[in-house]
Design a protein around this ligand. Structure first.
Ligand code: MN
Length: 237
């Protein structure tokens, strides 16, 4: 049995908050459903501003899932905010960056989705373009919203030598990001790219780290390969 810890997200003070505008800790139900469907025991790990608890928290689980969400505050990769930067939550960034290092220290596995890929890159010393328009290479529509995530929208090319070799080399994914990797962390290998060159998956086999830029939790119930991605994470990574 494999226990997956999903690092939680927060609603802090947006006006849409239910429950009388009290701040909430949450994760997308689709992640829980997808992980449970391939046999995982799932727990939600809330953001803890006391990072001293991290060794104990990571010790409770076998593997960590980093989910999508806000932009990462750019000071974590040494930049000032560009006007096109969107909402950030530095509590979450700080917690997740520290969690990446603790996961590596304890030799556990990690899978990142969308922001999760970007966070992994930043945690390991890489940087991001704060908006697609700032990248020379990004030419595709990578933010398909408001089209639903159950629809795939652009092609990627997957390295057949990589851990994702169970997916077709030419593969079609959804795309919900307005930021992309700029400088890749030296410990990460790019293993999938969109046709415009944007990095769509990264890994470090020795450290058991894998991340994708798309959202398999939006499609796993419809597309068998996407469910295999969760199966790979839970049962093989
Ligand atoms: Mn994309």
């Amino acid at each position: 049995m494999t226990t997956i810890g999903i690092l939680g997200s927060q609603f802090l003070d947006t006006p849409e908050l239910p429950f009388h505008q009290f701040p909430l800790t949450y994760t997308r139900t689709a992640f829980i459903d997808a992980l449970q469907s391939v046999g995982a025991t799932v727990i939600l790990i809330p953001i803890d501003q006391e990072l001293a608890k991290l060794p104990e928290l990571i010790g409770l689980i076998d593997k960590v899932l980093l989910t999508g969400g806000e932009d990462i505050a750019p000071h974590f990769y040494g930049q000032d905010p560009h006007p096109l930067l969107s909402n950030t939550n530095a509590y979450r960034d700080q917690f997740e960056i520290a969690a990446v290092h603790e996961v590596i220290r304890q030799g556990k596995a990690l899978f990142g989705v969308c922001r999760g890929q970007q966070l992994l890159n930043v945690a390991l010393g890489g940087s991001l373009y704060q908006d697609l328009s700032l990248s020379e290479t990004a030419k595709l529509k990578h933010l398909q919203a408001p089209t639903k995530a159950e629809f795939t929208s652009h092609f990627i090319q997957i390295d057949p030598q990589s851990s994702l070799n169970f997916l077709p080399e030419r593969y079609h994914v959804n795309s919900y990001h307005h930021q992309v990797i700029d400088r890749l962390a030296k410990d990460l290998t790019p293993i999938a790219q969109a046709t415009d060159g944007v990095i769509e998956a990264v890994e470090n086999k020795a450290k058991r780290l894998l991340a994708v830029q798309w959202h398999p939790e939006g499609t796993w119930h419809k597309i068998a390969e996407e469910r295999r991605l969760f199966d790979y994470f839970v049962n093989q990574l």
